[in-house]
Design a protein around this ligand. Structure first.
Ligand code: ATP
Ligand code: PH2
Length: 188
C-alpha cells in the first residue's frame, strides 16, 4: 500500500498558537531577602504578563524557616501561582529564570538566601527528565512550603506519578507554616 498522507491527522509539531493544548501549571515562588512580599508580587505580575499564560489563582502567602541550606538565613515567604498555558516546560522555566534575574537573583550558594526563587512545579500531565529541567519538580513532595499553599488553590490537581496535591499536602509536616494576613494581588 502506498503511504498517502491522511489530511485528518495533524502532526503535533505543526500546531501553533491557539491550537496547542492549554495545560494547568503551577509555579512555586519564594523569597527570603529584601522586601519579600514585593518580590513575590513582582513574580506573579511578570509571569502573568503574557498572552500565552492565563492566571488562574494566587495562593495565600506563608512564612517558614529555611528548609535545608545554610542555617543562618532569614525566614522565607512562599506562595504558589496557578496558571493555564500553552507554553512548554522549557519555555516556562526560561521565563521563571529571566524573572528571577530581573529581580536580583544571584546563584552563589545552593539553597542559599535569595530575593526571588521560581520553580516550575508541574505542567499538566507532561513530564521532563533532562539534566537541567525536571517536571514535576523532583523535591515538591517533601516541601510543606510548596504543598500547603498549592493545596489552598488547586487541591484536586493530579501531579503526574505522585497523586493529588491535597493528599501530598496532608502527608507533610505543616506545623512550621505561618499564614500571613497580607495577600498577593491577583494580576490585573
Ligand atoms: N522544574 C524546575 N523548575 C526550575 N528549575 C529547575 C527545574 N528542574 C530543574 N531545574 C534546574 O534547577 C537549577 C537550579 O535551580 P535553583 O537555583 O532555583 O535551585 P534551588 O532553588 O537552589 O534548589 P531547588 O531546585 O531544590 O529549589 C536551575 O538552573 C534549573 O536548570
Ligand atoms: N522555607 C523554605 N525553605 C527553602 C526554600 C523555600 O522557598 N522556603 N527554598 C529552598 C530552595 O529552593 C530551600 N529551602
Amino acid at each position: 500500500m502506498t503511504n498517502v498522507p491522511n489530511p485528518n491527522v495533524v502532526d503535533a509539531d505543526t500546531l501553533t498558537g491557539d491550537l496547542r493544548p492549554l495545560r494547568r501549571t503551577a509555579f512555586a515562588l519564594g523569597s527570603n531577602l529584601g522586601d519579600r512580599l514585593d518580590y513575590l508580587q513582582a513574580a506573579v505580575d511578570t509571569l502573568s504578563d503574557s498572552s500565552e499564560i492565563v492566571p488562574v489563582a494566587v495562593s495565600p502567602v506563608y512564612e517558614s524557616e529555611p528548609a535545608g541550606g545554610p542555617a543562618d538565613q532569614p525566614k522565607y515567604l512562599n506562595a504558589v501561582l496557578v496558571v493555564d498555558t500553552t507554553l512548554s516546560p522549557r519555555s516556562l522555566m526560561e521565563r521563571a529564570q529571566s524573572t528571577e534575574s530581573a529581580y536580583g537573583r544571584t546563584r552563589e550558594v545552593r539553597n542559599g538566601p535569595r530575593t526571588l526563587d521560581i520553580d516550575v512545579l508541574a505542567v499538566g500531565d507532561v513530564t521532563a527528565d533532562d539534566d537541567d529541567l525536571r517536571v514535576p519538580h523532583p523535591r515538591l513532595a517533601e516541601r510543606a512550603f510548596v504543598l500547603v499553599p498549592w493545596a489552598d488553590v488547586d487541591p484536586d490537581f493530579r501531579v503526574p506519578g505522585l497523586g493529588r496535591v491535597v493528599e501530598l499536602s496532608s502527608a507533610v509536616d505543616a506545623s512550621g507554616m505561618r499564614r500571613l494576613e497580607e495577600q498577593l494581588e491577583f494580576p490585573s
